[in-house]
Design a protein around this ligand. Structure first.
Ligand code: NAG
Length: 321
């Protein structure tokens, strides 16, 4: 477990879960979280890490990793009032494996207003950048939004969904905000958090998980080192991904590539039970079974992983109540 420098407490277990990783062995100093560092809790940034950890542990199905990137990631968020550079996470995995869920929990537990906080900015290609022919205009807009928002509050979260559907070239404008070149703009820019989400690399992650299963290894034994290179390569090879030729991967401006493993039947069960609890309903076994039986699984032969993870669980439950 990496204990970051600058007297930062080990936030490993929280980011560990976030990054599907790091043994949950840390006992961090909760007093650190009470904004005792003054500028640490600026604007709406009001982290509740024990809450986040607890929620992830209870509700995120099937994403425990043995080891994580730890050090740098922790440092990024964790150096209190003045981190060295922005925290940059890229989440990858098959549909319905929990990427959006994790990012919404992050928003919820790091910012008082959650996803509705004025300092949490959620970008979706079809809403914000629908026309590839307007790329130049989008580039200017995005740059001035990020710049404007970070000037207003350094503790801002920028969330980019469906990275594989963005107009090519758009993400280039983010590059100066992600790396150490923050000096160009000023110190506020190092406190930002960027989260990028895509399905890119999902097939590669599934393949690793499948091979692990076939050789009777626990999915918990899959290491980040086994998965990450394949995911990074899939991103580099995908001309539709926002990082294509942006230099962001090449120059290693990401603190962590976070792979989400495909979900098995018992993970989907976990999602069904969560959903029933959310609805305030008893966990009726016949409902759970009906949802599990209406889920499709792959590969054809082994019927191992849910085709769309837990994505349609909520909508299908209503059929069986
Ligand atoms: C902040 O970002 C939003 C988009 O999320 C944009 O509409 C707004 O104009 C930006 N604010 C500033 C000050 O640039």
């Amino acid at each position: 477990m990496a204990v970051a420098r600058h007297g930062c407490p080990p936030w490993g277990s929280i980011l560990g879960l976030l990054v599907l990783a790091l043994a949950a062995a840390a006992a961090w100093d909760v007093s650190f979280l009470r904004c005792s560092l003054g500028s640490f809790c600026e604007c709406d940034f009001w982290p509740d890490l024990p809450g986040l950890e607890c929620d992830l542990a209870r509700h995120l199905a099937g994403q425990p990793f043995g080891q994580g990137p730890g050090g740098e990631v922790i440092e990024g968020l964790c150096t209190g009032p003045s981190p060295q550079q922005a925290l940059v996470l890229s989440l990858h995995g098959w549909t319905g494996t929990g990427k959006s869920y994790v990012s919404s929990l992050l928003a919820q537990y790091l910012f008082r207003g959650g996803l509705r906080s004025p300092h949490v900015h959620h970008f979706s290609p079809i809403i914000h950048f629908p026309h590839p022919s307007h790329t130049e205009q989008y580039k200017n807009e995005l740059k001035s939004w990020v710049q404007g928002n970070l000037t207003a509050c350094g503790r801002s979260l920028f969330l980019f969904d469906e990275m594989d559907k963005l107009p090519p070239g758009l993400m280039e404008v983010l590059k100066p905000f992600l790396g150490p070149s923050w000096v160009v703009y000023g110190t506020n820019y190092r406190k930002a958090i960027f989260i990028f989400i895509s399905n890119t690399g999902g097939e590669q992650i599934n393949q690793v998980a499948l091979e692990a299963w076939r050789s009777r290894r626990d999915r918990e034994e899959i290491s980040l080192q086994e998965v990450e290179p394949a995911v990074s390569q899939a991103v580099l090879d995908n001309p539709h991904h926002g990082f294509w030729r942006s230099g962001i991967m090449e120059e290693q401006l990401l603190d962590a590539v976070v792979p989400f493993l495909p979900l098995q039947r018992h993970h989907v069960r976990h999602c069904v039970l969560n959903e029933l609890a959310q609805l305030g309903l008893e966990p009726r076994e016949e409902v759970v079974q009906a949802v599990l039986d209406s889920t499709t699984y792959f590969p054809e032969e082994e019927q191992l992983f849910s085709s769309n993870g837990c994505k349609t669980v909520a909508s299908r439950i209503t059929f069986f109540l």
